[in-house]
Design a protein around this ligand. Structure first.
Ligand SMILES: [Zn+2]
Length: 318
């Protein structure tokens, strides 16, 4: 628990997770759970530059490998999924402040320039012209004009999309779009490979893998999961020229079998959720690094990035 790490004075590093940092215009198309507003992101980065020790993922991994204690207040910045605003909004800010983040890419989405499934669903619900949805095993009917039914239906649909393999997910999405008949579709929100190259060349971001199809790897066989990780790395190598050594598990879901397979796949650091863990210390497992989602406001962000500090309030920077 975060609270107990503060009380016991356990210091170390935090790995922060971002998705989209879009401006207001693009944020209309993005599930708020995946979004930190552009101006808040800028203030968060300024806070980190002034009050924290921001390092690259590689450096944190090296410090763990050396078996030293990881300095209090160390922060690694990461992005998942490949939103275009990572280039247009985040990169200039990171460049200005001299910081480098890690961007974890689901390569199939970049190949196709496809909007993340969650944002396709979010937009379809928001702009549905058909306000009745029949969904689930029992074809339960939801009235989308009722806020509670809207929320329940969206949750149910997202859960099904999350658990689905890529082909099943495509079929579900087709069905959803067919049923809701949204009046509009999102603009391009996903990076192209040319834009990924520009990002890497800017020095603001280095790359890691995030599967090909943004799949929960614990829902498919270990062999299929290993294949996904390998194909993702190869695609990044083919398009960018170097194979990433870092990986983030989609939805934080990994397993002991997958963890053990990673070194053989050339991966020396991986982010995955582990109940109750937030802080990375010198004794952490670099193939099972916990992350925290960056809160979408400044105050909660300052508290969140202080959970890896001994003496929380003294170090809040005020
Ligand atoms: Zn993701």
């Amino acid at each position: 628990m975060a609270a107990t790490s503060w009380l016991s004075g356990r210091g170390g590093a935090l790995v922060l997770m971002y998705h989209s940092v879009a401006d207001e215009e693009d944020a209309r198309w993005i599930d708020p759970l995946n979004h930190v507003p552009a101006e808040i992101f800028e203030r968060q980065m300024e806070f980190l530059a002034e009050h924290r020790r921001v390092v690259r993922m590689e450096q944190l991994v090296q410090e763990i490998r050396d078996g030293k204690s990881v300095e209090d207040g160390t922060v690694v910045i990461t992005f998942d999924d490949g939103y275009r605003d990572n280039l247009t909004v985040a990169a200039p800010i990171l460049e200005r402040l001299g910081m480098t983040a890690t961007l974890f890419l689901p390569t199939g989405y970049i190949d196709r320039g496809e909007t993340q499934w969650i944002d396709q669903a979010y937009t379809a619900f928001k702009h549905a012209t058909n306000r009745l949805l029949a969904w689930g095993e029992n074809e339960r009917r939801f009235d989308l004009d009722d806020p509670r039914e809207y929320r329940d239906a969206y949750r149910l649909v997202c859960q099904a999309l999350l658990m689905a393999g890529s082909e099943e997910r495509r079929a579900l999405m087709d069905r959803l779009l067919g049923s809701l008949a949204p009046a509009v579709a999102p603009p391009r929100l996903t990076l192209t490979w040319d834009e990924v190259r520009t990002l890497v060349d800017s020095g603001a971001m280095e790359l890691g893998g995030h599967t090909v199809e943004h799949t929960d790897l614990t829902t498919i066989s270990v062999a299929a999961a290993i294949h996904e990780i390998g194909r993702c790395r190869e695609r990044i190598r083919d398009m960018i020229g170097s194979e990433p050594r870092h990986f983030s598990f989609c939805y934080g879901r990994s397993s002991e079998e997958l963890r053990q397979a990673l070194p053989g796949l050339g991966i020396d650091a991986a982010c995955a959720a582990r109940a109750g863990e937030r802080v990375v210390t010198g004794s952490s497992d670099s193939l099972y690094l916990p992350r925290i989602a960056a809160p979408p406001d400044l105050r909660r962000f300052e508290v969140a990035v202080s959970t890896a500090n001994r003496g929380l309030w003294r170090r809040l920077g005020r």
